[in-house]
Design a protein around this ligand. Sequence first.
Ligand code: NOJ
Ligand code: CA
Length: 674
Amino acid sequence: MRSLLAVFALLAATPVAAQPARPSETAASPDGQIVLTVSTDNDERPTWSLSRKGKLLIAPSSLGFLLTDGPALQRGFRIDSAERGKGDATWELPWGERRFVRDRHNELLVRFQQHESRGGHVMNVRFRLFDDGIGFRYELPEQPAMKTARIADEVTEFDIASPGTAWWITGGEWNRYEQIYQKTPIDGVATAHTPITMRLDDGTHLAFHEAALVDYSAMWLKRAEGRKFRATLSPSSGGPRVVRDLPFATPWRTIRIADDAAGLVASDLELNLNEPNKLGDVRWVKPMKYIGIWWGMIRGPWSWGEGPNHGATTARAKQYIDFAAKHGFGGVLVEGWNTGWNGGLFDFTQPAADFDLKGVADYARQKGVTLIGHHETNGHVANYEAQLDDAMKLYGRLGVTSVKTGYVADAGGIIAPGDRPGETRREWHDGQWQVRHHQRVVDTAAKYHISVNAHEPVKDTGLRRTWPNWITREGARGMEYNSWSAFANGGPDHEPTLVYTRMLSGPMDYTPGVLSLAGSNEVPMASTLAKQLGLYLAIYSPVQMAADRIENLAKYPRELAFIGQVPTDWAESRLIAGEVGDYAIFARKDRASADWYVGGVNDGTARTLALRFDFLEPGKSYTATIYRDGDGATYLTDARHRIAYETIRVKKGDQYKLWLAPGGGAAMRLHPGK
Ligand code: NOJ
Ligand code: CA
């Protein structure tokens, strides 16, 4: 009797949790703030969760895959083993927003083994924890039960533990990434492209994205329930969304984590998760500003195709080259130079009858300017690939250092080669096939020392680190929409939203510098004149356009002088004031001089900011040349043209009160000395 009581007493004292806990592995960021736990749940599904500063951030979320031809890599797993590592290295970007990038992380590799009855697969997941976020990827090693993975979809989940606001665009839309951003509660998101940015109610900022998207399909995030998101991969015409032989690793699934908007912008998480430069010495990749025979077609009356209003004539190209040489532009883009614009297929080596390609390229070279090439495919990638090498070789021979490519076609409308000669099939702009296509273009271009600026591209996932000739891309609603109807970019919120969403993925060819502030039929833009200058600091691209026609640029000599001066390659960049969707002011230091530049963009609400010049070198005095919104300026009326100029002396620690108009912006150059 006594012994029985003792047993009861013992049982009562034993907490329920003493049921054998599932084995788990944990790891922390170098500063210890972010803690990862990897385990399995009651269905033996691999899970991961995250906390930061002791607070749950990502509740236990599943990992795994569905296959089209075999048992899912989803249930019946146990942790087989784990390995730990760490790294701390600083590496150099050949061009970019900053010169040096620090990669300091802790690593945890977890090997999951599935029961034979469930499929018997081995699935490894490698996690890297940084102070500013985490990344993880799947690594499928060689194994007897699977030679080729035919992936129907991923079941990777992100269960966000607390409520907040999300800024996002819809995945799988007909208009690709060229959408106006939506701002909703996190549990009001549908299916989103990445980066998707969130601000939790406690102020924590998150941005979900991916890094090193190579030979795989892009990840969209689909809200499954509540605040739980599940990865879904861009489709493929072949059935499985991804087909890969083992062994292989997926792209990294990433989350930037910061206390504020500036912390999100400062992070180099995705670049750190990409492979180092594979091209070696890339001094042939040339950051520059450029103008182009372009806005005249976007807003009319010129045409891309040959005809009475053909934009790309030899005479006009030479006129643009002269203007470029005079005003500090390194390149002239000429669109509509080839045949195929009036029907049929594009020919990428055949110039239009009124365009002397070689003559123009030679003329440009004599003037110290480069012709920028253009390959619009209209989504007919089968036609482009058939000519790709010849097309790049021709430009290489002519001394063209960069090419703008284009894939205008609805979502799922890329025409890819079929299985038999002459056959074609349809693919998505961000599916595995098109991801491989972009890689072929970048590889081929590199052979001829040409850089690539892709429009209607796949999103940027930091591949510029590995292939520094993938210099910029579009991949968002660009300036061109402003030509087609008034405020077609969703009003002045668009650019201060881009800074914290699309721009987290990498450089964008937004094409600022429409100084006339008008599109076709004089539709007004949701911008002041000063904002056009602020865009050069807010939206980074190593090749940065002044988009307006040269006749218009010439009417604004002071603004043109600023554009001629502003660098496109920086030693350092920081957001010194800003909130997601509201405003963004950067301070950036030139790589080639001791000059700093400050500027950025505002949304529709006027505001006064107290900027502190904390970043300047101590003991030096700088001359600040300031371009700001003039009194009463607003994007809503003709007062959008009001601009004010100021020259003052500043030093480290000084404060400057900057007024930003509704839809306004500002730019300044800080030059040491007079
Ligand atoms: C769409 C691009 O965004 C635009 O810049 C280009 O001019 C047209 N396609 C034609 O290629
Ligand atoms: Ca476009």
